[in-house]
Ligand binder design. Structure first.
Ligand SMILES: NC(=O)c1ccc[n+]([C@@H]2O[C@H](COP(=O)([O-])OP(=O)(O)OC[C@H]3O[C@@H](n4cnc5c(N)ncnc54)[C@H](OP(=O)(O)O)[C@@H]3O)[C@@H](O)[C@H]2O)c1
Length: 314
């Protein structure tokens, strides 16, 4: 352990950071050690990481001093925020600033900041196709992350632009739901445009690939993706993979925003960006680069074969 480069992994008990933690721990001769950061070292996911050989350290993104201690002596830091815990762009930026400040104090040699694009740059300020949210954002969890890029400037950083997790189908309940006629339906404001998607486990594996390559990726933006698929294509794959009829309903973005669940407006704007700016979103992510960083990056079909038991189709 002593001669290994320590990677401090924020979100190690979660999806992105968990994938990275598992990738580090699965490669004991890779030269890296995992320092898993959590607010609660006693939770099962933290204990599981300890059992697999991680050092588990307590810290809170809202408390920069705890982060400074957690990052001390580490070579690398994986920095991710969890917008969906609080739904606030401002809080997300404050947490990102705390991580960047802690990385600076600790003299981290390689930071990966899990970010997304600034969707406001895709349209003019007076564009009325979608509402502004939280006063100044189009898609708060994208735009706030992009704004937070500035906090990391000057650090040895890789800006990692991630994609929509296919795992949302089970983790976020976004999968198709069974109708009275036995047909499974799902509705998104995506028309026939492609969604840049990825198995979330592959984000962590790609991040590990970035730490391993090191220098080449410093001060660069890297967009990762598993596959770009329309909802009709995903429906067909789900139908075949799960042996059920699945039908996609292309609704208007205003209809989706009106669905009323928490974050419907935010996700309505997000899917509309994926639809209206398909070319730009797809161009910002590269499957070949992703495969070079993570040779086992999955296609949708491969992800589905491994995760079908998790998809509850009530
Ligand atoms: N869902 C998607 O399709 C998608 C796609 C691209 C990007 N994203 C972005 O991914 C981010 C979420 O990442 P995820 O999916 O890996 O999250 P997740 O699985 O929900 O896990 C959240 C992680 O963040 C940690 N965390 C949250 N607040 C913390 C705090 N105050 N201090 C310390 N740790 C904290 C949690 O640690 P403890 O609870 O153990 O402390 C946990 O490990 C969001 O910002 C979202 O915008 C999501």
């Amino acid at each position: 352990m002593a001669d290994k480069k320590v990677i401090a992994v924020v979100g190690a008990t979660g999806a992105q950071g968990g994938g990275l933690a598992r990738a580090i721990l699965a490669d004991p001769n890779g030269g890296f050690a995992c320092r898993a950061i959590t607010r609660d070292p006693n939770k099962d996911k933290a204990k599981d990481l300890t059992g697999k050989g991680a050092e588990v350290v307590k810290a809170d993104l809202d408390d920069v001093d705890t982060l400074k201690k957690a990052f001390a002596g580490a070579y690398g830091a994986y920095c991710v925020t969890n917008f969906w815990e609080h739904f606030s762009g401002e809080k997300e930026k404050a947490q990102a600033k705390n991580m960047a400040d802690a990385a600076r104090t600790a003299g981290i040699k390689h930071v990966i900041w899990s970010t997304l694009e600034d969707t406001r740059k895709l349209m003019t300020a007076n564009d009325t196709r979608m509402p502004m949210l939280q006063e100044k954002y189009r898609v708060p969890h994208f735009d706030a992350k992009a704004e937070a890029n500035a906090y990391f400037a000057g650090l040895p950083v890789t800006y990692l632009v991630t994609s929509f997790y296919w795992d949302n189908l089970y983790a976020f309940g976004m999968g198709p739901k069974k109708g009275d006629d036995g047909v499974y339906r799902w509705a998104f404001p995506m028309g026939n445009r492609r969604l840049a998607g990825i198995a979330v486990e592959d984000i962590g594996k790609a991040a590990y690939g970035i730490f391993k390559v090191g220098q080449l990726y410093l001060n660069r933006t890297v967009g990762i993706v598993g596959e770009n698929l329309t909802f009709d294509e995903m429906s067909e794959k789900l139908s075949k993979g799960l042996n059920i009829p699945v039908k996609y309903n292309a609704v208007e973005a205003d209809v989706y925003r009106g669905f009323g669940f928490p974050g419907a407006d935010e996700l309505g704007n997000m899917f509309q960006v994926y639809r209206d700016f398909e070319k730009e979103v797809v161009a910002a992510r590269d499957v070949d680069v992703t495969r070079s960083l993570n040779p086992s990056v999955q296609t949708f079909d491969q992800w589905l074969a491994r995760n079908k038991s998790k998809i509850s189709l009530a």
